[in-house]
Design a protein around this ligand. Structure first.
Ligand code: HEM
Length: 486
């Protein structure tokens, strides 16, 4: 009798669930995608080493036309890999809510600009975006030059070392200028004074990614029973502890009217003064931790990829160096106006960002039913725009898997769909830090290439990629050799 009642209740619940989610199933039947099993969907595809998940995802997506469907457990995800469709999604406010997986970032970044959604995000973005305009960030030029000059000194012993992993040096240099210009603190990471924080940040990326791809870690009570939870608490205490201290010091400076330094934190505190409802409680800490990881990790990784590729492609490196010689010449100091006169370096950075888009899969949820081509994407559905697949498609790129800066010659750009290239995303949730990033990347590359010749083995195809939150080579290895430039 009890068995019969239990079975009937379960059957009713199942029918209710299916009726409620019928739009998801109808859409799923219409779309191509790999065979999905009940309950676990296509999750088995990711039952592999963490390092292999990225390549598996890219391969699956390239095997199906766009859009395709993928069931991550019982959750339906629609994946787009055509520029026209990407354009509709990224420009629509219907898709400005971040996907469910961003909730794992919220443990660290709360409702900061990357993981937040809804009216609060909209308001915060409106207030903060102007702080990152092209003119506004130029005031940080000399601080970035200063820390890059320290990097050049730190690299000197590497001329004797043979092959070494350059990312470790770039990571510390970037941490120092990001901290001084954005967070409002001098950290001296390049002299080994910031290691706890750097380790904690790396741990966060691993943890968030593990929860994004391992469905069982998404269940809070299971996650809390694992050692990951303990590591998360420790990392969070280290990061938030540091940031709380920085905020306290900066707030005290304002009370004692010590001269303000014009950092992004200063500017955020100014906004806070003018808008009493902005950055309440832990929001300020969440904005800072978001800005730290959004800027430090991205600039470090892209500068490392660029040096690696310039080492692999010596002809391209020589052209860049010739351009730098022409523009900057032998004058001692780099000037900000030099940065806008380096079109070939620009093309190189752009092709690096194409080959290695830092956020290879952009995730969103739909607010309302939305028609794309012949498909209605139901409200609440998860959507992914695969930037990586768009950037590596032979439909849009002459040499999709090669380092080929000529992809960005003006005539080639004109022929291409504007949304075939989306390294900074686009639309209402596009990157706010693009100008800061370009300025920092150019300063670092010009100064390093003026002093050192870079050598590296292999070609683009030899770089095996993985993601934690952002894309990187497996093992985070960027092996190069350097020598003094004569
Ligand atoms: C090469 C460097 C960079 C690349 C490739 C990059 C790329 C991106 C991408 C693709 C997004 C969208 C992410 C998503 O939709 O999930 C994004 C968002 C964001 N980026 Fe960047 N970024 C870079 C540097 C920076 C820097 C230097 C800053 C800050 C100074 C920054 C701040 C942000 C913020 C705050 C967002 C969230 C915007 C929002 O949703 O309102 N980024 N970035």
């Amino acid at each position: 009798m009890y068995v019969l009642i239990t079975c009937s209740v379960l059957l009713i619940l199942l029918i209710k669930y299916l009726v409620h989610h019928r739009n998801f199933y109808i859409l799923s039947w219409k779309l191509p995608g790999p065979l999905a099993l009940p309950l676990i969907g296509n999750s088995l595809a990711f039952f592999c080493n963490n390092e292999d998940i990225f390549q598996r995802a890219v391969n699956i997506i390239s095997n199906y036309p766009s859009p395709m469907r993928f069931w991550l457990g019982h959750k339906l995800t629609i994946i787009f890999s055509e520029p026209e469709q990407a354009s509709k999604i990224l420009s629509s406010s219907n898709f400005s809510d971040k996907g469910e997986v961003y909730r794992f970032m919220k443990d660290f970044d709360g409702d900061g600009l990357i993981s937040g959604s809804g009216p609060k995000w909209k308001n915060d973005r409106k207030l903060m975006a102007p702080l990152f305009g092209k003119k506004s960030v130029q005031v940080y030029f000399s601080v970035i030059v200063h820390h890059t000059n320290i990097l050049l000194e730190k690299l000197e012993p590497c001329t004797q070392k043979g092959t070494f992993n350059v990312v470790k040096y770039l990571h510390r240099c970037t941490a120092d200028f990001v901290n001084e210009t954005i967070i409002g603190e001098k950290t001296d990471a390049q002299n080994g004074h910031f290691d706890d924080f750097l380790l904690a940040i790396d741990r966060v990326y691993d943890l968030v990614h593990a929860r994004m791809v391992k469905v069982w870690l998404q269940i809070d009570w299971i996650f809390k029973m694992t050692h990951f939870y303990h590591q998360q608490t420790q990392a969070k205490n280290t990061i938030h502890g540091f940031l709380k201290n920085v905020v306290r010091i900066n707030e005290e400076k304002r009370i004692t009217k010590t001269q303000l330094s014009g950092t992004i934190l200063d500017n955020i505190l100014n906004i806070k003064n003018q808008h009493p409802n902005f950055a309440l409680g832990d929001d300020l800490i969440h904005h800072l931790s978001t800005l730290y990881s959004a800027s430090e990790d991205t600039i470090t990784t892209i500068s490392a990829f660029t040096l690696l590729l310039l080492g692999m492609y010596p002809d391209v490196q020589e052209r860049v160096v010739d351009e730098i010689r022409c523009v900057v010449g032998d004058k001692h100091d780099l000037e900000i106006c030099d940065l806008s006169n380096l079109p070939y370096l620009d093309m190189c950075i752009k092709d690096v960002l194409r080959l290695f888009p830092i956020a290879p899969f952009l995730m969103r949820t739909t607010r309302e039913n939305f028609q794309i081509d012949q498909y209605v994407i139901p409200k609440g559905c998860s959507v992914i725009v695969s930037i990586h697949n768009i950037h590596r498609s032979s439909k849009h790129w002459e040499k999709p898997d090669e380092f080929y800066p000529e992809h960005f010659l003006p005539e080639a750009v004109m022929k291409r769909h504007a949304h075939a290239y989306l390294p900074f995303s686009a639309g209402p949730r596009g990157c706010v830090g693009k100008s800061y990033a370009y300025m920092a990347l150019k300063i670092m590359l010009v100064l390093v290439l003026r002093k050192y010749v870079i050598y590296a083995e292999g070609k683009v195809g030899d770089i095996e990629l993985k993601t934690d939150i952002t894309v990187r080579p497996k093992g985070r290895q960027f092996p190069i050799r350097i020598d003094f430039r004569k």
